[in-house]
Design a protein around this ligand. Structure first.
Ligand code: HEM
Length: 562
Protein backbone atom coordinates (compact mmCIF):
# COMPACT_ATOMS: atom_id res chain seq x y z
CA UNK A 1 0.00 0.00 0.00
CA UNK A 2 1.29 3.44 -0.89
CA UNK A 3 1.60 5.57 2.22
CA UNK A 4 0.26 9.09 2.47
CA UNK A 5 3.82 10.38 2.68
CA UNK A 6 4.86 8.57 -0.54
CA UNK A 7 1.86 9.93 -2.36
CA UNK A 8 2.59 13.37 -1.08
CA UNK A 9 6.16 13.17 -2.18
CA UNK A 10 5.11 11.96 -5.62
CA UNK A 11 2.70 14.83 -5.83
CA UNK A 12 5.24 17.37 -4.68
CA UNK A 13 7.59 16.34 -7.43
CA UNK A 14 4.74 16.62 -9.96
CA UNK A 15 2.25 19.34 -10.72
CA UNK A 16 2.36 22.26 -8.27
CA UNK A 17 -1.33 22.08 -7.44
CA UNK A 18 -1.62 18.34 -7.14
CA UNK A 19 -0.56 18.03 -3.52
CA UNK A 20 -3.27 20.48 -2.60
CA UNK A 21 -5.82 18.37 -4.32
CA UNK A 22 -4.52 15.18 -2.80
CA UNK A 23 -5.73 16.01 0.71
CA UNK A 24 -9.05 17.20 -0.69
CA UNK A 25 -9.48 14.08 -2.71
CA UNK A 26 -8.92 11.85 0.28
CA UNK A 27 -11.40 13.82 2.29
CA UNK A 28 -13.97 13.56 -0.47
CA UNK A 29 -13.30 9.82 -0.82
CA UNK A 30 -13.91 9.51 2.92
CA UNK A 31 -17.42 10.89 2.37
CA UNK A 32 -18.29 8.11 -0.03
CA UNK A 33 -18.51 5.64 2.89
CA UNK A 34 -16.38 2.71 1.85
CA UNK A 35 -16.79 1.55 5.46
CA UNK A 36 -16.19 3.05 8.89
CA UNK A 37 -12.56 2.12 9.27
CA UNK A 38 -11.56 2.97 5.73
CA UNK A 39 -13.47 6.17 5.91
CA UNK A 40 -11.62 7.23 9.06
CA UNK A 41 -8.24 6.24 7.62
CA UNK A 42 -8.92 8.37 4.56
CA UNK A 43 -10.11 11.21 6.72
CA UNK A 44 -7.01 11.14 8.87
CA UNK A 45 -4.73 10.77 5.84
CA UNK A 46 -6.52 13.64 4.10
CA UNK A 47 -6.11 15.88 7.11
CA UNK A 48 -2.47 14.83 7.51
CA UNK A 49 -1.66 15.55 3.89
CA UNK A 50 -3.36 18.90 4.09
CA UNK A 51 -1.50 19.85 7.24
CA UNK A 52 1.82 18.85 5.77
CA UNK A 53 1.19 20.97 2.69
CA UNK A 54 0.28 23.92 4.86
CA UNK A 55 3.29 23.42 7.09
CA UNK A 56 5.56 23.31 4.05
CA UNK A 57 3.89 26.37 2.64
CA UNK A 58 4.63 28.14 5.90
CA UNK A 59 8.25 26.98 6.06
CA UNK A 60 8.98 27.80 2.45
CA UNK A 61 6.86 30.92 2.63
CA UNK A 62 6.08 32.26 -0.80
CA UNK A 63 8.43 30.01 -2.70
CA UNK A 64 7.99 26.23 -2.59
CA UNK A 65 10.84 24.13 -4.04
CA UNK A 66 8.88 22.94 -7.05
CA UNK A 67 8.04 26.46 -8.10
CA UNK A 68 10.15 28.13 -10.73
CA UNK A 69 11.45 31.55 -9.83
CA UNK A 70 8.49 33.11 -11.56
CA UNK A 71 5.99 30.87 -9.80
CA UNK A 72 4.78 32.11 -6.45
CA UNK A 73 2.68 30.44 -3.93
CA UNK A 74 -0.83 31.32 -4.76
CA UNK A 75 -2.73 32.44 -1.68
CA UNK A 76 -5.97 31.80 -3.50
CA UNK A 77 -5.11 28.14 -3.75
CA UNK A 78 -4.63 27.95 0.00
CA UNK A 79 -7.91 29.71 0.70
CA UNK A 80 -9.69 27.55 -1.83
CA UNK A 81 -8.13 24.47 -0.32
CA UNK A 82 -9.09 25.46 3.23
CA UNK A 83 -12.63 26.18 2.18
CA UNK A 84 -13.05 22.89 0.37
CA UNK A 85 -11.46 21.03 3.28
CA UNK A 86 -13.79 22.71 5.71
CA UNK A 87 -16.84 22.00 3.59
CA UNK A 88 -15.71 18.43 3.11
CA UNK A 89 -15.32 17.97 6.85
CA UNK A 90 -18.75 19.43 7.47
CA UNK A 91 -20.19 17.15 4.81
CA UNK A 92 -18.46 14.11 6.26
CA UNK A 93 -19.67 15.00 9.70
CA UNK A 94 -23.21 15.41 8.40
CA UNK A 95 -23.18 12.09 6.59
CA UNK A 96 -21.77 10.32 9.59
CA UNK A 97 -24.59 11.76 11.72
CA UNK A 98 -27.13 10.54 9.16
CA UNK A 99 -25.43 7.17 9.13
CA UNK A 100 -25.50 6.74 12.90
CA UNK A 101 -29.08 8.05 13.00
CA UNK A 102 -30.29 5.16 10.80
CA UNK A 103 -31.15 2.66 13.54
CA UNK A 104 -32.40 5.33 15.93
CA UNK A 105 -36.05 6.40 16.20
CA UNK A 106 -36.98 9.18 13.74
CA UNK A 107 -36.74 12.85 14.54
CA UNK A 108 -36.07 16.26 13.04
CA UNK A 109 -33.14 16.23 10.62
CA UNK A 110 -29.96 17.30 12.37
CA UNK A 111 -27.80 20.06 10.93
CA UNK A 112 -24.07 19.42 10.59
CA UNK A 113 -22.18 20.03 13.82
CA UNK A 114 -25.04 21.61 15.79
CA UNK A 115 -27.59 18.84 15.27
CA UNK A 116 -31.04 20.08 16.35
CA UNK A 117 -29.76 22.73 18.74
CA UNK A 118 -31.22 25.48 16.59
CA UNK A 119 -34.69 23.89 16.46
CA UNK A 120 -34.52 23.23 20.19
CA UNK A 121 -33.40 26.81 20.90
CA UNK A 122 -30.34 25.33 22.62
CA UNK A 123 -32.30 23.74 25.49
CA UNK A 124 -34.88 21.08 26.28
CA UNK A 125 -37.94 23.28 26.13
CA UNK A 126 -41.07 21.23 27.03
CA UNK A 127 -43.24 22.98 24.41
CA UNK A 128 -40.77 22.29 21.62
CA UNK A 129 -40.47 18.64 22.65
CA UNK A 130 -44.30 18.48 22.51
CA UNK A 131 -44.30 19.80 18.95
CA UNK A 132 -41.66 17.28 17.88
CA UNK A 133 -43.68 14.45 19.49
CA UNK A 134 -46.77 15.50 17.54
CA UNK A 135 -44.85 14.96 14.33
CA UNK A 136 -42.63 11.95 15.16
CA UNK A 137 -44.56 10.05 17.83
CA UNK A 138 -43.81 9.01 21.40
CA UNK A 139 -40.23 7.83 20.77
CA UNK A 140 -38.03 10.18 18.78
CA UNK A 141 -34.43 11.29 18.45
CA UNK A 142 -33.02 14.76 18.84
CA UNK A 143 -29.40 15.78 18.37
CA UNK A 144 -27.75 17.99 20.96
CA UNK A 145 -24.83 18.95 18.77
CA UNK A 146 -23.15 15.68 17.80
CA UNK A 147 -24.92 13.59 20.44
CA UNK A 148 -28.19 11.81 19.72
CA UNK A 149 -30.74 11.66 22.53
CA UNK A 150 -33.73 9.33 22.35
CA UNK A 151 -36.72 11.09 23.91
CA UNK A 152 -39.62 9.16 25.44
CA UNK A 153 -42.84 11.14 25.39
CA UNK A 154 -45.99 10.45 27.40
CA UNK A 155 -46.70 7.92 30.15
CA UNK A 156 -46.80 4.77 28.04
CA UNK A 157 -43.38 5.27 26.42
CA UNK A 158 -41.79 6.35 29.72
CA UNK A 159 -43.31 3.45 31.66
CA UNK A 160 -42.34 0.91 29.00
CA UNK A 161 -38.74 1.98 29.47
CA UNK A 162 -38.30 3.01 33.12
CA UNK A 163 -40.59 0.42 34.68
CA UNK A 164 -40.56 -2.55 32.29
CA UNK A 165 -36.82 -2.21 31.57
CA UNK A 166 -35.86 -0.83 34.96
CA UNK A 167 -32.49 -2.57 35.23
CA UNK A 168 -31.47 -1.98 31.60
CA UNK A 169 -32.39 1.70 31.91
CA UNK A 170 -30.50 2.30 35.15
CA UNK A 171 -27.46 4.03 33.65
CA UNK A 172 -26.66 7.72 33.97
CA UNK A 173 -24.80 9.44 31.13
CA UNK A 174 -21.90 11.25 32.73
CA UNK A 175 -20.62 14.06 30.56
CA UNK A 176 -17.40 16.00 31.07
CA UNK A 177 -18.60 18.75 33.42
CA UNK A 178 -20.62 16.61 35.85
CA UNK A 179 -17.78 14.11 35.78
CA UNK A 180 -15.18 16.75 36.59
CA UNK A 181 -17.29 18.09 39.46
CA UNK A 182 -18.26 14.74 41.01
CA UNK A 183 -15.03 12.93 40.05
CA UNK A 184 -16.78 9.58 39.69
CA UNK A 185 -18.05 9.57 43.28
CA UNK A 186 -21.38 9.65 45.06
CA UNK A 187 -24.82 8.67 43.79
CA UNK A 188 -26.31 11.01 41.22
CA UNK A 189 -23.64 10.85 38.51
CA UNK A 190 -22.08 7.44 38.99
CA UNK A 191 -22.79 4.06 37.45
CA UNK A 192 -22.23 0.37 38.09
CA UNK A 193 -20.92 -1.03 41.37
CA UNK A 194 -20.13 2.32 42.98
CA UNK A 195 -23.60 3.71 42.23
CA UNK A 196 -25.33 0.57 43.46
CA UNK A 197 -23.46 0.56 46.79
CA UNK A 198 -23.80 4.26 47.46
CA UNK A 199 -27.46 4.38 46.46
CA UNK A 200 -28.38 1.36 48.58
CA UNK A 201 -26.62 2.98 51.54
CA UNK A 202 -28.44 6.30 50.92
CA UNK A 203 -31.85 4.65 50.78
CA UNK A 204 -31.41 2.55 53.87
CA UNK A 205 -29.98 5.48 55.86
CA UNK A 206 -32.88 7.77 54.97
CA UNK A 207 -35.21 5.00 56.05
CA UNK A 208 -33.34 4.54 59.33
CA UNK A 209 -33.39 8.27 60.01
CA UNK A 210 -37.14 8.38 59.57
CA UNK A 211 -37.60 6.19 62.61
CA UNK A 212 -37.37 7.03 66.31
CA UNK A 213 -38.24 10.11 68.24
CA UNK A 214 -35.63 12.35 66.62
CA UNK A 215 -36.96 11.10 63.30
CA UNK A 216 -37.14 13.12 60.13
CA UNK A 217 -40.63 14.36 60.78
CA UNK A 218 -39.89 16.07 64.07
CA UNK A 219 -36.87 17.76 62.48
CA UNK A 220 -39.07 19.04 59.67
CA UNK A 221 -41.67 20.26 62.17
CA UNK A 222 -38.95 22.13 64.02
CA UNK A 223 -37.82 23.72 60.77
CA UNK A 224 -41.39 24.63 59.79
CA UNK A 225 -41.74 26.58 63.06
CA UNK A 226 -38.59 28.54 62.16
CA UNK A 227 -40.02 29.15 58.70
CA UNK A 228 -43.23 30.53 60.21
CA UNK A 229 -41.10 32.90 62.35
CA UNK A 230 -39.24 34.12 59.26
CA UNK A 231 -42.49 34.91 57.45
CA UNK A 232 -44.03 36.45 60.58
CA UNK A 233 -41.06 38.77 61.10
CA UNK A 234 -42.05 40.52 57.88
CA UNK A 235 -45.37 41.64 59.42
CA UNK A 236 -47.47 40.96 56.34
CA UNK A 237 -45.37 43.28 54.17
CA UNK A 238 -44.45 42.25 50.60
CA UNK A 239 -41.46 39.92 50.61
CA UNK A 240 -39.48 37.68 48.27
CA UNK A 241 -39.88 34.26 49.87
CA UNK A 242 -37.03 32.59 47.97
CA UNK A 243 -34.41 33.22 50.64
CA UNK A 244 -36.39 31.99 53.63
CA UNK A 245 -37.66 28.89 51.84
CA UNK A 246 -34.21 27.96 50.52
CA UNK A 247 -32.78 28.21 54.03
CA UNK A 248 -35.56 26.13 55.54
CA UNK A 249 -35.15 23.39 52.93
CA UNK A 250 -31.33 23.43 53.20
CA UNK A 251 -31.70 23.16 56.97
CA UNK A 252 -33.80 20.01 56.61
CA UNK A 253 -31.02 18.42 54.55
CA UNK A 254 -28.47 19.71 57.09
CA UNK A 255 -30.41 18.00 59.86
CA UNK A 256 -30.42 14.80 57.81
CA UNK A 257 -26.75 14.80 56.86
CA UNK A 258 -25.03 16.75 59.68
CA UNK A 259 -27.54 16.12 62.48
CA UNK A 260 -28.18 19.80 63.22
CA UNK A 261 -29.59 22.96 61.69
CA UNK A 262 -27.87 26.32 61.18
CA UNK A 263 -29.04 29.81 62.06
CA UNK A 264 -29.87 31.73 58.90
CA UNK A 265 -27.37 34.42 60.09
CA UNK A 266 -24.54 31.88 60.05
CA UNK A 267 -22.18 33.13 57.34
CA UNK A 268 -20.61 29.71 56.67
CA UNK A 269 -24.10 28.24 56.16
CA UNK A 270 -25.06 31.11 53.86
CA UNK A 271 -21.97 30.36 51.80
CA UNK A 272 -22.89 26.67 51.74
CA UNK A 273 -26.39 27.46 50.45
CA UNK A 274 -25.05 29.94 47.93
CA UNK A 275 -22.39 27.50 46.69
CA UNK A 276 -24.94 24.73 46.41
CA UNK A 277 -27.22 27.00 44.39
CA UNK A 278 -24.39 28.11 42.13
CA UNK A 279 -23.35 24.52 41.40
CA UNK A 280 -26.89 23.45 40.62
CA UNK A 281 -27.43 26.31 38.19
CA UNK A 282 -24.03 25.86 36.58
CA UNK A 283 -24.73 22.18 35.87
CA UNK A 284 -27.39 23.28 33.40
CA UNK A 285 -25.50 26.29 32.01
CA UNK A 286 -24.00 26.87 28.56
CA UNK A 287 -20.54 26.88 30.19
CA UNK A 288 -21.27 23.41 31.43
CA UNK A 289 -22.14 22.29 27.88
CA UNK A 290 -18.95 23.93 26.56
CA UNK A 291 -16.98 22.04 29.18
CA UNK A 292 -18.67 18.79 28.08
CA UNK A 293 -17.53 19.45 24.52
CA UNK A 294 -14.02 20.79 25.19
CA UNK A 295 -12.87 19.71 28.67
CA UNK A 296 -9.16 20.13 27.96
CA UNK A 297 -9.62 23.66 26.70
CA UNK A 298 -12.17 24.72 29.31
CA UNK A 299 -9.87 23.57 32.09
CA UNK A 300 -7.45 26.22 30.89
CA UNK A 301 -9.75 29.18 30.30
CA UNK A 302 -11.41 31.36 32.94
CA UNK A 303 -15.18 31.57 33.27
CA UNK A 304 -18.10 30.75 35.55
CA UNK A 305 -17.20 27.05 35.37
CA UNK A 306 -13.96 27.79 37.23
CA UNK A 307 -15.97 29.60 39.88
CA UNK A 308 -18.16 26.48 40.16
CA UNK A 309 -15.06 24.36 40.84
CA UNK A 310 -14.15 26.86 43.58
CA UNK A 311 -17.64 26.55 45.11
CA UNK A 312 -17.40 22.79 44.95
CA UNK A 313 -14.15 22.97 46.90
CA UNK A 314 -15.82 25.14 49.53
CA UNK A 315 -18.63 22.59 49.86
CA UNK A 316 -16.12 19.75 50.17
CA UNK A 317 -14.18 21.61 52.90
CA UNK A 318 -17.42 22.32 54.72
CA UNK A 319 -18.38 18.64 54.71
CA UNK A 320 -14.86 17.56 55.72
CA UNK A 321 -15.01 19.88 58.75
CA UNK A 322 -18.34 18.36 59.77
CA UNK A 323 -16.85 14.92 59.22
CA UNK A 324 -13.93 15.74 61.52
CA UNK A 325 -16.30 17.00 64.18
CA UNK A 326 -18.31 13.77 63.95
CA UNK A 327 -15.19 11.63 64.21
CA UNK A 328 -14.09 13.43 67.36
CA UNK A 329 -17.40 13.87 69.14
CA UNK A 330 -19.99 11.33 68.10
CA UNK A 331 -20.77 8.03 69.74
CA UNK A 332 -20.68 5.43 66.93
CA UNK A 333 -23.22 3.35 68.85
CA UNK A 334 -25.87 6.02 68.38
CA UNK A 335 -25.89 7.16 64.76
CA UNK A 336 -27.97 10.27 64.33
CA UNK A 337 -27.38 11.45 60.76
CA UNK A 338 -25.99 10.41 57.35
CA UNK A 339 -22.36 11.09 58.35
CA UNK A 340 -22.66 8.89 61.46
CA UNK A 341 -24.12 6.05 59.43
CA UNK A 342 -21.52 6.44 56.72
CA UNK A 343 -18.62 6.36 59.20
CA UNK A 344 -20.04 3.18 60.68
CA UNK A 345 -20.32 1.74 57.18
CA UNK A 346 -16.66 2.53 56.41
CA UNK A 347 -15.61 0.68 59.56
CA UNK A 348 -17.94 -2.23 58.83
CA UNK A 349 -16.74 -2.76 55.26
CA UNK A 350 -13.04 -1.85 55.59
CA UNK A 351 -11.89 -5.44 54.95
CA UNK A 352 -14.15 -6.03 51.95
CA UNK A 353 -12.05 -5.89 48.77
CA UNK A 354 -14.80 -4.35 46.63
CA UNK A 355 -15.99 -1.73 49.10
CA UNK A 356 -16.58 1.78 47.75
CA UNK A 357 -17.23 3.27 51.20
CA UNK A 358 -14.51 5.81 51.87
CA UNK A 359 -14.18 9.46 52.92
CA UNK A 360 -14.21 10.83 49.36
CA UNK A 361 -17.46 9.07 48.57
CA UNK A 362 -18.90 10.20 51.88
CA UNK A 363 -18.24 13.83 51.00
CA UNK A 364 -19.79 13.44 47.54
CA UNK A 365 -22.89 11.62 48.85
CA UNK A 366 -23.54 14.50 51.25
CA UNK A 367 -23.08 17.05 48.44
CA UNK A 368 -25.35 15.02 46.14
CA UNK A 369 -28.11 15.06 48.75
CA UNK A 370 -27.70 18.81 49.15
CA UNK A 371 -27.67 19.57 45.45
CA UNK A 372 -30.48 17.19 44.47
CA UNK A 373 -32.68 17.97 47.47
CA UNK A 374 -32.53 21.73 47.92
CA UNK A 375 -33.33 23.41 44.61
CA UNK A 376 -36.07 20.95 43.58
CA UNK A 377 -37.96 21.20 46.87
CA UNK A 378 -37.48 24.97 47.20
CA UNK A 379 -38.75 25.57 43.69
CA UNK A 380 -41.83 23.39 44.25
CA UNK A 381 -42.64 25.31 47.44
CA UNK A 382 -42.26 28.61 45.63
CA UNK A 383 -44.68 27.43 42.94
CA UNK A 384 -47.07 26.30 45.69
CA UNK A 385 -47.25 29.79 47.19
CA UNK A 386 -47.54 31.37 43.75
CA UNK A 387 -50.48 29.11 42.83
CA UNK A 388 -52.15 30.01 46.16
CA UNK A 389 -51.87 33.68 45.17
CA UNK A 390 -53.37 33.02 41.75
CA UNK A 391 -56.17 30.78 43.10
CA UNK A 392 -57.32 32.41 46.38
CA UNK A 393 -60.52 30.30 46.34
CA UNK A 394 -58.42 27.10 46.40
CA UNK A 395 -56.25 28.53 49.18
CA UNK A 396 -59.37 29.26 51.24
CA UNK A 397 -60.77 25.78 50.70
CA UNK A 398 -57.50 24.22 51.88
CA UNK A 399 -57.46 26.46 54.95
CA UNK A 400 -61.05 25.52 55.82
CA UNK A 401 -60.16 21.84 55.62
CA UNK A 402 -57.02 22.36 57.75
CA UNK A 403 -59.04 24.29 60.38
CA UNK A 404 -61.65 21.55 60.50
CA UNK A 405 -59.23 18.64 60.79
CA UNK A 406 -55.94 19.71 62.42
CA UNK A 407 -55.78 20.30 66.14
CA UNK A 408 -52.03 20.03 66.68
CA UNK A 409 -48.93 20.52 64.52
CA UNK A 410 -49.43 18.64 61.25
CA UNK A 411 -47.79 15.26 60.71
CA UNK A 412 -47.50 13.48 57.36
CA UNK A 413 -50.09 10.89 58.41
CA UNK A 414 -52.69 13.71 58.49
CA UNK A 415 -52.77 13.76 54.70
CA UNK A 416 -55.17 10.82 54.83
CA UNK A 417 -57.71 12.99 56.68
CA UNK A 418 -57.15 15.94 54.34
CA UNK A 419 -58.19 14.74 50.87
CA UNK A 420 -58.67 18.17 49.33
CA UNK A 421 -55.39 19.53 50.70
CA UNK A 422 -53.59 16.40 49.56
CA UNK A 423 -55.10 16.75 46.07
CA UNK A 424 -54.02 20.42 45.89
CA UNK A 425 -50.44 19.57 46.91
CA UNK A 426 -50.25 16.83 44.28
CA UNK A 427 -51.65 19.18 41.66
CA UNK A 428 -49.02 21.76 42.60
CA UNK A 429 -46.30 19.23 41.83
CA UNK A 430 -47.95 18.04 38.64
CA UNK A 431 -48.61 21.47 37.24
CA UNK A 432 -45.29 23.00 38.35
CA UNK A 433 -43.33 20.14 36.79
CA UNK A 434 -40.07 21.35 38.32
CA UNK A 435 -37.92 18.67 36.70
CA UNK A 436 -39.00 19.86 33.26
CA UNK A 437 -38.09 17.29 30.64
CA UNK A 438 -36.54 15.08 33.34
CA UNK A 439 -33.06 13.78 33.99
CA UNK A 440 -31.25 11.79 31.28
CA UNK A 441 -30.59 8.10 31.63
CA UNK A 442 -28.62 5.67 29.54
CA UNK A 443 -29.19 2.00 28.82
CA UNK A 444 -26.62 -0.38 30.24
CA UNK A 445 -27.62 -3.09 27.71
CA UNK A 446 -28.98 -3.11 24.14
CA UNK A 447 -32.77 -2.71 24.32
CA UNK A 448 -35.81 -2.30 22.11
CA UNK A 449 -37.93 0.79 22.66
CA UNK A 450 -41.23 1.06 20.86
CA UNK A 451 -39.89 -1.28 18.14
CA UNK A 452 -36.55 0.53 17.76
CA UNK A 453 -33.31 -1.18 18.59
CA UNK A 454 -31.34 1.10 20.90
CA UNK A 455 -27.67 0.30 21.40
CA UNK A 456 -26.14 0.10 24.88
CA UNK A 457 -24.87 3.47 26.11
CA UNK A 458 -27.38 5.65 24.23
CA UNK A 459 -28.62 8.73 26.07
CA UNK A 460 -32.33 8.38 26.75
CA UNK A 461 -34.52 11.15 28.12
CA UNK A 462 -37.73 10.10 29.83
CA UNK A 463 -39.66 13.35 29.38
CA UNK A 464 -41.37 13.59 32.78
CA UNK A 465 -43.11 16.84 31.85
CA UNK A 466 -44.91 15.06 29.03
CA UNK A 467 -46.13 12.45 31.52
CA UNK A 468 -47.39 15.07 33.96
CA UNK A 469 -49.28 16.72 31.08
CA UNK A 470 -50.25 13.60 29.13
CA UNK A 471 -53.81 14.32 27.83
CA UNK A 472 -54.66 10.63 28.02
CA UNK A 473 -54.33 10.66 31.79
CA UNK A 474 -55.29 14.20 32.82
CA UNK A 475 -58.67 15.73 32.10
CA UNK A 476 -57.37 19.29 31.79
CA UNK A 477 -53.59 18.84 31.54
CA UNK A 478 -52.86 22.52 30.99
CA UNK A 479 -54.97 23.86 33.82
CA UNK A 480 -54.34 23.95 37.55
CA UNK A 481 -57.12 21.62 38.65
CA UNK A 482 -57.05 19.74 42.01
CA UNK A 483 -59.92 17.55 40.72
CA UNK A 484 -57.25 15.58 38.88
CA UNK A 485 -56.65 13.90 42.25
CA UNK A 486 -60.23 13.66 43.55
CA UNK A 487 -62.93 11.12 42.82
CA UNK A 488 -66.57 12.14 42.47
CA UNK A 489 -67.11 11.83 46.24
CA UNK A 490 -64.21 14.11 47.05
CA UNK A 491 -61.83 11.34 48.13
CA UNK A 492 -58.17 11.55 47.23
CA UNK A 493 -57.41 9.54 44.11
CA UNK A 494 -53.91 8.76 42.87
CA UNK A 495 -53.01 8.83 39.19
CA UNK A 496 -50.44 6.54 37.56
CA UNK A 497 -49.15 9.44 35.45
CA UNK A 498 -48.05 11.31 38.57
CA UNK A 499 -44.29 10.76 38.19
CA UNK A 500 -42.54 13.98 39.27
CA UNK A 501 -39.88 11.86 40.97
CA UNK A 502 -39.44 9.60 37.92
CA UNK A 503 -39.62 5.80 38.23
CA UNK A 504 -37.57 2.60 38.13
CA UNK A 505 -34.20 1.77 39.68
CA UNK A 506 -33.03 5.37 39.60
CA UNK A 507 -36.19 6.98 40.93
CA UNK A 508 -35.51 10.03 43.14
CA UNK A 509 -33.80 8.92 46.31
CA UNK A 510 -35.39 11.68 48.37
CA UNK A 511 -38.99 11.20 47.19
CA UNK A 512 -40.41 10.45 50.62
CA UNK A 513 -38.36 13.08 52.39
CA UNK A 514 -39.48 15.69 49.84
CA UNK A 515 -43.13 14.71 50.19
CA UNK A 516 -43.09 14.85 53.98
CA UNK A 517 -41.24 18.14 53.89
CA UNK A 518 -43.59 19.79 51.41
CA UNK A 519 -46.66 18.53 53.26
CA UNK A 520 -45.54 19.77 56.68
CA UNK A 521 -44.19 23.11 55.43
CA UNK A 522 -47.28 23.92 53.37
CA UNK A 523 -49.89 22.83 55.90
CA UNK A 524 -48.09 24.77 58.67
CA UNK A 525 -47.79 27.89 56.52
CA UNK A 526 -51.37 27.81 55.22
CA UNK A 527 -52.76 27.23 58.70
CA UNK A 528 -50.85 30.22 60.04
CA UNK A 529 -51.04 32.74 57.19
CA UNK A 530 -53.22 33.89 54.34
CA UNK A 531 -51.02 34.52 51.34
CA UNK A 532 -51.94 37.59 49.33
CA UNK A 533 -50.63 39.69 46.51
CA UNK A 534 -49.11 43.04 47.52
CA UNK A 535 -51.59 45.90 47.38
CA UNK A 536 -52.13 47.19 43.86
CA UNK A 537 -50.73 44.06 42.21
CA UNK A 538 -53.43 42.27 40.24
CA UNK A 539 -51.45 39.94 38.02
CA UNK A 540 -48.68 37.41 38.52
CA UNK A 541 -46.49 35.86 35.88
CA UNK A 542 -47.09 32.10 36.03
CA UNK A 543 -44.77 31.25 33.14
CA UNK A 544 -41.65 29.37 34.03
CA UNK A 545 -38.01 30.26 33.61
CA UNK A 546 -36.24 27.37 31.92
CA UNK A 547 -33.17 26.70 34.07
CA UNK A 548 -32.06 23.24 35.13
CA UNK A 549 -35.46 23.20 36.90
CA UNK A 550 -38.56 25.07 35.73
CA UNK A 551 -38.58 28.05 38.09
CA UNK A 552 -41.19 30.74 38.68
CA UNK A 553 -40.36 34.35 37.87
CA UNK A 554 -39.45 36.30 41.03
CA UNK A 555 -42.57 37.50 42.84
CA UNK A 556 -43.52 39.32 46.03
CA UNK A 557 -45.94 37.86 48.54
CA UNK A 558 -47.65 39.08 51.71
CA UNK A 559 -48.00 36.54 54.54
CA UNK A 560 -50.91 37.92 56.58
CA UNK A 561 -51.41 36.18 59.96
CA UNK A 562 -54.86 34.49 60.13
C1 HEM B 1 -39.74 18.17 44.96
C2 HEM B 1 -38.61 17.61 45.19
C3 HEM B 1 -37.87 16.67 44.28
C4 HEM B 1 -38.08 16.32 42.99
C5 HEM B 1 -39.20 16.82 42.06
C6 HEM B 1 -37.06 15.39 42.60
C7 HEM B 1 -36.95 14.79 41.37
C8 HEM B 1 -35.93 13.93 41.00
C9 HEM B 1 -35.80 13.34 39.70
C10 HEM B 1 -36.75 13.56 38.54
C11 HEM B 1 -34.67 12.59 39.71
C12 HEM B 1 -34.09 11.81 38.54
C13 HEM B 1 -34.50 10.38 38.58
C14 HEM B 1 -34.11 9.64 37.31
O1 HEM B 1 -32.93 9.48 37.04
O2 HEM B 1 -35.00 9.28 36.55
C15 HEM B 1 -34.08 12.69 41.01
C16 HEM B 1 -32.91 12.06 41.39
C17 HEM B 1 -32.36 12.17 42.65
N1 HEM B 1 -32.89 12.85 43.71
FE1 HEM B 1 -34.61 13.92 43.74
N2 HEM B 1 -36.22 15.20 43.67
C18 HEM B 1 -36.68 15.94 44.72
C19 HEM B 1 -36.16 16.00 46.00
C20 HEM B 1 -35.05 15.30 46.43
C21 HEM B 1 -34.54 15.29 47.78
C22 HEM B 1 -35.17 16.05 48.96
C23 HEM B 1 -33.41 14.53 47.78
C24 HEM B 1 -32.44 14.18 48.88
C25 HEM B 1 -32.60 14.18 50.08
C26 HEM B 1 -33.22 14.04 46.43
C27 HEM B 1 -32.17 13.23 46.03
C28 HEM B 1 -32.02 12.71 44.77
C29 HEM B 1 -30.88 11.91 44.36
C30 HEM B 1 -29.66 11.55 45.22
C31 HEM B 1 -31.10 11.57 43.03
C32 HEM B 1 -30.18 10.72 42.14
C33 HEM B 1 -30.65 9.29 42.21
C34 HEM B 1 -29.80 8.34 41.37
O3 HEM B 1 -29.16 8.77 40.42
O4 HEM B 1 -29.78 7.14 41.71
N3 HEM B 1 -34.24 14.52 45.63
N4 HEM B 1 -34.87 13.51 41.80
Amino acid sequence: MVSARDELQAAVSGHPGSQLLLGQERLVRAVSFPGWLESWVLLVQGAQTSLEVLRDAWVWRARPPWASSSQHWNMWSICEFLLVTLLSLVLINYMKMQWSARPLPPGPSPLPLIGNLWTLKFSLHPDILNQIAKRYGTTFTIWMGQTPIVVLHGLQAVKDALVSLSEEMSGRPVAGYAKALARGRGIAVTNGHIWRQQRRFGLSTLRNLGLGKRGLESRIQEESRCLVESFASNNGKPMDCNYVITHAVANVISAVVFGHRFSSDDVTFQKLVEGNDYLFVSLGSKWGRLYDAFPWLMNRVPGPHQKAFGKKEYLEDFVRNELKYHQENVNPEEPNDVIDYYLAQITKTKDEPDTTFDYDNLVQVVIDLFIAGTETTTTTLQWALLFMLVHPEIQEKVQNELDAVLETSPVYEDRKRLPYTNAVFHEIQRYANVSGAGVPRSNIKDITLNGFHVKKGTIILPDLGSVLHDPKYWETPNQFNPNHFLDKDGNFMSNEAFLPFSAGHRVCLGEQLAQIEMFIFLTTLLKTFSFRLPEGVTEVNTNYILAITLKPHPFKICAVPR
